[in-house]
Design a protein around this ligand. Sequence first.
Ligand SMILES: NC(=O)c1ccc[n+]([C@@H]2O[C@H](COP(=O)([O-])OP(=O)(O)OC[C@H]3O[C@@H](n4cnc5c(N)ncnc54)[C@H](O)[C@@H]3O)[C@@H](O)[C@H]2O)c1
Length: 325
Amino acid sequence: MSVLVIGGGLIGSQIARILAESGERPVVMDVAPQPEALGDIVDPGRITLVRGDVLDRPGLERIMRENGVTRVVHTAANPLLTLGAQENPYSAVQVNIVGTCNVLEAARALKLGRVVVASSNVLSHHLAGGADGGDVMKEDPFPRPATFYAATKQAVEALGINYARWCGVDFVAVRYGAAAGPWRGTGGGGPSNIFRAAVEGALRGEEASVPPGAMDWVYSKDAAAGAVLALNASHLESRVFNIAMGRLYDGEEMAAAVREVIPNARIRVETPPGTAVAVQPMAGAVDLSRSRAELGYEPAYDMAAAVRDYVSWYRAHRSAQEGSA
Ligand SMILES: NC(=O)c1ccc[n+]([C@@H]2O[C@H](COP(=O)([O-])OP(=O)(O)OC[C@H]3O[C@@H](n4cnc5c(N)ncnc54)[C@H](O)[C@@H]3O)[C@@H](O)[C@H]2O)c1
């Protein structure tokens, strides 16, 4: 009876930590495991780390059977999220859509319990169209995903909801804000790496850039807590939940949060080169009322708390290697 965490990256590592700290022994599966980076976040002696590919369905089912898996949290995604999908849409479709379909099929075949899948709040703002205002008899009733990554997340949610409706798979999606948090490995998306560069640059006395547009973020520890709440909730009315800070931070507010913790930080409010498509501004913060009511989710980290926690992690785990701060 174990939980399989698919994808041991920025968010999956924190999910594994929370599960391990609660006394479970999660199985963490990744196509390219990063044991050193994982070891910063979770005690390696309290997880089972396996190499596996969501695109290898027989291999996925073998890992599930051999480890007595009964529930899944699926966080694997095509590298660099929005930016990666714009570069290589075909690969994003394979990993994000076909990979998730393999997880849902495996859950159906093995009659697993709940399957929590990471989605994204790009579905609240990387949208265009909808001129027909909800009239489904016309061709353009609803806004559609306006990037390849958002298109894959739309497909994942739609597939999961239909696997629940028609195949009895207990699918739940957690829609994350732009995620940031401790992680020395490769991974995360454009915003994750902007946050990391801003905070680590400030600690090293280097100038860094944050985008001007307002976005709703989530600290990786809150993202993971939301996934575990979704995994363990007993009676859910809904299958899709927003997990974010629940308020917008524009570039000036982000810079202020970094300076609150690192007073001499030099932050320029300017979109870092090559990231514009991944940091499109949001018109409003996502609504957390469903997550609060059904999951009991409450973000523990606002932006300043996120920066403060990141800095203490960095000082504990990274300063020695980097020879700084
Ligand atoms: N980071 C963000 O800003 C953000 C925001 C919203 C949603 N999300 C979603 O949350 C989830 C986790 O994101 P993250 O930031 O932790 O990503 P990440 O890149 O840090 O981790 C994903 C992990 O999946 C692994 N992976 C990739 N392809 C795989 C495959 N074929 N089989 C098995 N493992 C594979 C990677 O090696 C990586 O370790 C993703 O679904 C992502 O789309 C992330």
